[in-house]
Design a protein around this ligand. Sequence first.
Ligand SMILES: Cc1ncc(COP(=O)(O)O)c(C=O)c1O
Length: 417
Amino acid sequence: MTVDVQPGPLAIDGAEPVRTDPWPTYDKGDVFIEEEDLEAALDAVRARLYFRYDHRPHAETRTGRLERELCAFFAAPHALTCASGTAAITLALLALDLPPGSLVACPAFTFAATPSAILLAGHRPLLVECDDDLHLDVADLRRRLTPEVRAVVVVHMRGFASDMPAICAVAREHGIPVVEDAVPALGARLGGRPLGTFGDAGAFSTQSDKSLNTGEGGFLLTRDPAVHARAIVYSGAYEGRMARHFDGPPPAVDDLAYPIFGLRMDEIRAALASALLRRLPERLAAHHRNYDDVAARLADVPGIALRRPVADHAYLGEALVFRLPGAGAEATAWTAAALRAEGIDARALGDPGDTNVRAFWNWRFLFPDPARARAEFPVTAARLDESVDIPLSANLTERDRDHVVTAVRKVAGAGRW
Ligand SMILES: Cc1ncc(COP(=O)(O)O)c(C=O)c1O
């Protein structure tokens, strides 16, 4: 099919949509899974051993094996599997042993789980503005760092890398640790190095729309054996079980000195994750292929600013995010609605008619007054108001990619903003 359609009547006005079949996303059953993954999960069920800390040595458990495989994949010294991405961020912050109630910086553009994890760890989120490309604004971070701020949680939101060398340099100047919320960017790299391995700890999720899909789940990477040991205990390793994670003597961490929060991963999920990890490079290549194709074919559309990565290829490619500079929230929401009418799952991040939890002013647990919250972080609010977000599944076909390109060109061609 040809994709360079002339602007014509739009589906939102009652014309024929670009597509009528559902846009592929995980919640419509579009999962990247093969027979071997099903076999691995079934094998774990048949084994009748579902708890990671039973009589078997660590290396013979599926969680233990997965942790070794994750260490190899990410070239990380320590990996701990756990219950979710939120759990992984929380465990990282707990394991850093910050004073209770510390301020922890995080970007204003993130999923509600990031500030939630900061709260769960007993700390207070301090938001930092994002730049035109929705990356954490390093200059704003520097401005907001007071001695009360004891850590930074960086987020590689919608799969795009933050500027880790710059952020780590600022954090080092202030002597504070960096946790990467790499949940949306599992497998993405910056300058050849996997995201989640730049900071003191990197948190990942294996929830359904992530590059490893076990329904729920997560893991934490770190270089520091003491951080690893404390995270293991907090996750729910008691009565000496923490020591099983270390080949030699464990670090001097008293496992009775920390509460246990029951954030472990189980054997069935670990089996599925191990099988999926073997084909992760294939999935990552598919994401890049999809994203690069779509982005190249939309680069010249007037009025649209595609999100720019901080470095070449520093993104996962599972989301197409673009801004309509100067369009404002209403016009951007109309654009997303017009794309949905064409059959593409688009959302305007700042849609006033939506309660998108990626828009910080909707976090009522932090901000009872959305207008005041927006006034506190005006740059991020303005950028989110102009941003459209479209999920790009790893399974997109050439026809799907044609559809998204056609729909965006068609809606943009209507010139209504
Ligand atoms: C940026 C970010 N952080 C954390 C999470 C939480 O992950 P989980 O749902 O596994 O707790 C998500 C979920 O999508 C996310 O997008």
